[in-house]
Design a protein around this ligand. Structure first.
Ligand code: SF4
Length: 450
């Protein structure tokens, strides 16, 4: 029985803190250091989450509020932090995100940054881009989208249209970003992908310590985003009028195509069809063959999956695309749960998976206690989402397919692919094998051949 109505607090949130999304976006810009305007604990929590997921060093500075700062304001702390970061890292950009505390006391960060431009003892001032990210009004996904928009709005300029496209990929894995770059290269397209954290949080070994890891979208490239032929943006439920792509459309007349994340055949077909239209070239044979193999595997494994029920949880945009994919392979997502609250999730799932949407319960503003309570009555065959539902999976003795962010109890999270025919194939194989493994483990006799 659901008892959540008694509670006005969130218990084990099914979302992450808003500046976390901001930090990830800032990590995707070359020579950029994120700085959180608030208490040290916020930076520590976010660093802890990102390091555990990506298994890479992640530096995040803090303006390090004290009791005094919380009462009298954090301007001087912010100035000290900016000076220290500039001196120690020599960055090209510092990305400043607010936290709950600095938002609550009403620090006017944009005004402070204007004042900082006149500081006398600075030999060099990097670009400063700030974003408002109070965690009590959104999720990490909001932090990510708002930050990408602020970066683009602060840096991009217009100009005569040039033969390249912008691509804004949503909060996907570094492996997904590398895949997208390969796809665009296979189409022979020039592009600016923003933000690109595929190297900065999943790089190679270093011989010498690097203060700021190599990689990230070049600022020089962001400047020209206003002259692109088009922008492709993977965004399903974020306010479509407030994305970076929409900002470029309104301010620089760059046509924007907002697509659901390409997971599953239906949504990946839409992405590839759009690429065909934009560059007037047919799908490269390599990708056509990947699609064919994926479809073949759907047929081969149908008998294992048909009629299974899953609970999916996490970012709303992931849930939309996963619902589409699961409906293709015969799995009913009986519950789609998210800590976000946009009011748009049910309609989007109905849009991409009309055949099954009546069977999908959508729970916005959910926490993991809600999910555990509903899982106990829905009795799903599997859970799909971050590692945070591990205890629910263990209690129900069902498989947990780890996707998205964060994954804190497995290795290789940065290299999990979700997007395109290739990422879908990997997800599909993992789901089929998890179901087979559960059947095998539950069998008295076991079996060696299928
Ligand atoms: S106080 Fe707010 S910004 Fe800081 S870690 Fe907690 S939720 Fe995030």
């Amino acid at each position: 029985m659901k008892t959540t109505e008694k509670y006005i607090v969130t218990r084990n949130a099914c979302k992450l803190c808003t500046p976390l999304g901001a930090c990830l976006a800032f990590k995707g810009i070359e020579k950029t250091v994120p700085l959180l305007h608030g208490s040290q604990g916020c930076a520590t929590y976010i660093r802890r989450y990102m390091i555990s997921h990506f298994k890479e060093p992640v530096d995040i500075a803090s303006s390090s509020f004290s009791e005094d700062t919380a009462i009298f304001g954090g301007k001087q702390n912010l100035f000290t932090g900016l000076k220290n970061v500039t001196r120690q890292y020599n960055p090209r950009m510092i990305g400043i995100a607010t936290t709950c505390l600095s938002e609550t006391i009403g620090d006017d960060v944009k005004h402070y940054l204007k004042e900082f431009q006149h500081e006398k003892d600075m030999f060099y001032i990097p670009r400063l881009v700030s974003v408002s990210t109070p965690s009590y009004t959104g999720t990490h996904a909001d932090g990510y989208f708002n930050t990408v928009r602020e970066i683009v709005a602060a840096i991009a300029q217009g100009g005569e249209t040039q033969p390249f496209i912008n691509i804004i990929p949503n909060m996907v894995s570094p492996a997904d970003i590398r895949y997208l770059k390969n796809v665009l290269a296979d189409y022979g397209l020039d592009y600016v992908l923003t933000p690109d954290y595929s190297d900065t949080v999943d790089g190679a070994t270093w011989n010498d310590y690097q203060h700021i890891p190599e990689g990230g979208t070049r600022i020089h490239d962001i400047i020209k985003m206003g002259a692109a032929q088009a922008t492709i943006e993977f965004s399903s439920t974020f306010d479509a009028a407030k994305t970076a792509g929409r900002w470029l459309a309104v301010n620089h007349d760059v046509p924007v195509h907002q697509l659901d994340m390409p997971i599953g055949i239906q949504l990946t077909d839409r992405f590839f069809k759009l690429l065909e239209e934009v560059c007037e070239r047919p799908i490269p044979v390599w990708h056509k063959n990947e699609r064919g193999r994926l479809l073949d595997s759907y047929v081969d494994a149908h008998k294992y999956l048909f009629g299974k029920q899953a609970i999916v949880y996490g970012d709303q945009d992931f849930l939309v695309s996963m619902a589409s994919f699961l409906s293709e392979i015969g799995i009913i997502p009986v519950l789609a749960a998210t800590g976000a609250k946009t009011g748009r999730l049910k309609a989007k799932i109905t849009d991409v998976a009309p055949d099954i949407s009546a069977k999908v319960r959508v729970l916005e503003n959910a926490d993991f206690v809600d999910i555990a309570e509903m899982a106990a009555s829905l009795k799903p065959d599997l859970l799909i989402g971050s590692s945070k539902a591990f205890r629910i999976a263990r209690d129900l003795n069902i498989p947990l397919i780890r996707i998205g962010f964060p994954i804190h109890d497995r290795f290789g999270a940065a290299r999990i692919q979700h997007l395109g025919y290739q990422g879908t194939q990997q997800l599909f194989d993992r789901i089929v094998n998890a179901v087979i493994e559960a059947n095998q483990a539950a069998s008295d006799v076991g079996y060696s051949y299928m």
